[in-house]
Design a protein around this ligand. Structure first.
Ligand code: CA
Length: 239
């Protein structure tokens, strides 16, 4: 059995803090609430957490500062809580090491889905030896560099393959375009972000993935992409 996951919830607004704590506890997580940035940093020194839910707009020590300080010492997954329309804040959050975000107000379902995806990712990360990624319909054979969809081999270019493996290695994690450029194309230059968009477009076509209702690769508006396999419509689990 898996050990109980410990989650640090940092939010100064009491009603949100209590609601998030209650949702997570109901799902079986151990939650430590913190009402400001200073308290959050104190807690991170005292305990090890499996995940941090972090409001960016905090009194005393800002959420961004908390994020940076956590990243200095740990790669624990961090989900930012951000205000509606605060796109710049989100992009900055990704730059300083956050993994994902939720826009307020969010539903318990959204919160739990994001938390689960990130915890899964952290587990996947601790198992770098695996040579096969199996998402049900979609199977990536890392040793043979082959991809199968519904049992049929999908012919991918080297860049498409690299892009798919990069995204699929950590399902649920949002990848800013710039990071994909560096990881997949190996150079960093503003103009190449569009190259990533066309690789994603081609990859989606080959995986029969509808961008309006993606089964595998989701667009994160203004930021980049995330791999998040969805169950098939007939109810077959995707992973
Ligand atoms: Ca706040």
């Amino acid at each position: 059995m898996e050990a109980t996951q410990r989650v640090l919830v940092v939010e100064d607004e009491r009603s949100i803090r209590e609601a998030v704590t209650a949702y997570l506890e109901r799902e079986g997580y151990w939650v430590t609430p913190a009402a400001d940035g200073a308290e959050a940093l104190e807690q991170t020194v005292r305990k090890a957490f499996d995940l941090v839910v972090l409001d960016l707009n905090l009194p005393k020590v800002s959420g961004e500062e908390v994020c940076r300080r956590i990243r200095d010492v740990s790669d624990v997954p961090i989900i930012m809580l951000t205000a509606k329309g605060a796109e710049e804040e989100r992009v900055h959050g990704f730059e300083i090491g956050a993994d994902d975000y939720l826009v307020k107000p969010f539903s318990p379902r959204e919160l739990i889905a994001r938390v689960r995806a990130l915890v899964r990712r952290a587990h996947a990360e601790s198992d770098p030896q695996r040579d096969r990624m199996d998402f049900g319909d979609l199977v990536i054979d890392l040793r043979a560099h082959r991809v199968h969809l519904g049992g049929v081999e999908v012919e991918l270019t080297a860049s498409e393959y690299k892009l798919l493996v990069t995204l699929a290695r950590y399902p649920g994690r949002v990848y800013p375009r710039m990071e994909l450029v560096e990881k997949v194309l190996g150079y960093d230059f503003e103009g190449y972000e569009r190259a990533i968009d066309s690789h994603v477009k081609n990859l989606r076509a080959k995986l029969d993935d509808d961008p309006r209702e993606p089964r595998f690769i989701q667009t994160v508006t203004g930021v980049g992409y995330r791999f998040e396999p969805q169950p098939k419509e007939d109810g077959t689990p995707a992973s």
